[in-house]
Design a protein around this ligand. Structure first.
Ligand SMILES: *Cc1c(COP(=O)(O)O)cnc(C)c1O
Length: 416
């Protein structure tokens, strides 16, 4: 079997829009990757592009109803420079830990329009959030009781919303986070009683948080889910007997990672949401509406760059061995919740516009066969010293990977 036998090749994911070649090299934010690596001083390196973050937000704003606030889910990429830039673009932030709150405070972001969700918040995290004036999305009755007590001790009226575990999930989502038994939120039928309790005990009730899943590319599924979310929120508010002040509708907008994936049709989603907003029941008529997005805002704006340190053959297969790997790019290696390993978009960045001539496995430098960035990919001929780029690296890369595995340590990160 020849190395060019296309039958043995596996497709790579689609390269996100907006990247160009300069002198035959991949360029990010108008700069060649070799220059970026020179400036950083080493590989592996994550590069995040301001221009691409701006363009993504502009397109999203244009598609969504004006009334909809867009929040950034910090866990997708908590890099302080990225957060500081996102603060110029988004209407609010959603946090998933006290550590993320500390990062936001370090960047000097105020408390307005910040909410904190996630199971198992420790009392000190609850205290820090209440002191900072952040809205806590209560995930259980126990957590709500803790928040009330901590608020009383501090003499601060806590801002409390309730996270609902809805009785539906998001069709087509890569990760389901609602419907059935879940560690997230409170089962929908128990929510009205908790809200009444919060109000009776002097909390500032800040509405509902209904999150159903992540990484969906199907507009119909998002539209259907948002419809269910609006119905459920109205039903709960009616039962409580009060208008809902804020509704966090969730998010779950996906990005194309794999061959055959098509981008989410945000115009269709925005149009359907606009229609629903034009016809809301009384309980939601004045409600502040928000969505929270992570990977959709930052995922495609990031590239992971790693250098080829060896080129070798085994039983007729070619291996390009890089100085990076799953310790920075767990998801691209297929080990972050994937059922079947598929290739992320990946190129030989220093030969971005060259034609493919061989089939290669691009692997990392760890002592495990799981450490694979591309499996049987058709690529231009790459030599030792060439740079490899893995796309869709702006979300769940650096901080969702086991960077300390094998004593490797973190990659460099830069915003350009
Ligand atoms: C993870 C998470 C998000 C962000 O998910 P993305 O897929 O990155 O958009 C938003 N909200 C909650 C509650 C989450 O747990």
């Amino acid at each position: 079997m020849s190395r060019r036998d296309p039958n043995s090749a596996k497709p790579l994911g689609p390269i996100p829009q907006g990247f160009e070649a300069i002198d035959g090299e991949l360029a990010i934010g108008g700069r060649k990757v070799s220059d970026l690596v020179d400036e950083a001083g080493d590989t592996p390196l994550f590069v995040y592009s301001r221009d691409m973050l701006d363009a993504r937000m502009a397109a999203l704003r244009a598609a969504m109803p004006d009334r909809l606030a867009i929040h950034y889910a910090v866990k997708a990429n908590p890099r302080p420079e990225v957060i500081a830039h996102m603060a110029t673009l988004v209407d609010g932030f959603d946090l998933a830990s006290g550590g993320e709150l500390a990062i936001l405070q370090g960047v000097g972001i105020g408390s307005d329009h910040i909410s904190f969700a996630g199971p198992g918040k420790r009392p000190r995290e609850i205290r820090a959030a209440i002191e900072a004036g952040v809205t806590l999305n209560c995930e259980s009755e126990t957590e709500a009781a803790r928040a009330l007590e901590i608020g009383r001790k501090l003499g601060i009226q806590p801002k409390l919303a309730v996270r609902v575990n809805p009785d539906f999930d998001m069709r087509g989502s890569g990760m389901k986070m609602g419907g059935g038994a879940k560690q997230f939120g409170l089962d929908a039928e128990r929510v009205p009683a908790l809200i009444r309790h919060l109000i009776e005990n002097g909390a500032d009730w800040r509405g509902l948080h209904i999150y159903t899943g992540s990484q969906t590319l199907e507009a119909d599924a998002v539209i259907e889910t948002q419809g269910h979310v609006l119905d459920l929120a109205a039903r709960i508010a009616r039962e409580v007997g009060q208008a809902c002040p804020v509704l966090n509708l969730g998010g779950g907008f996906g990005i194309p990672y794999f061959a055959g994936n098509e981008p989410l049709d945000i115009d269709a989603v925005g149009a359907a949401l606009g229609e629903r907003f034009a016809d809301l029941p009384e309980e939601l008529a004045d409600t502040e509406m928000a969505i929270e997005l992570g990977r959709y805002l930052v995922g495609e704006a990031g590239v992971y760059l790693t250098r080829i340190v060896d080129r070798k053959e085994s039983h007729g297969d070619l291996f390009l061995i890089t100085d990076g790997g799953l310790h920075h790019q767990l998801a691209a290696s297929g080990n972050f919740g994937a059922v079947v390993r598929r290739n992320y978009p990946l190129v030989i960045a220093s030969k971005f516009d060259a034609q493919p001539v061989e089939i290669a496995n691009v692997v990392g430098c760890l002592c495990t066969p799981l450490d694979r960035l591309a499996d049987k990919a058709e690529l231009p001929r790459a030599e030792i010293g060439d740079l490899v780029a893995v796309f869709c690296a702006g979300a769940y890369g650096a901080t969702a990977s086991p960077m300390h595995f094998l004593g490797q340590g973190p990659a460099i990160e830069m915003l350009v």
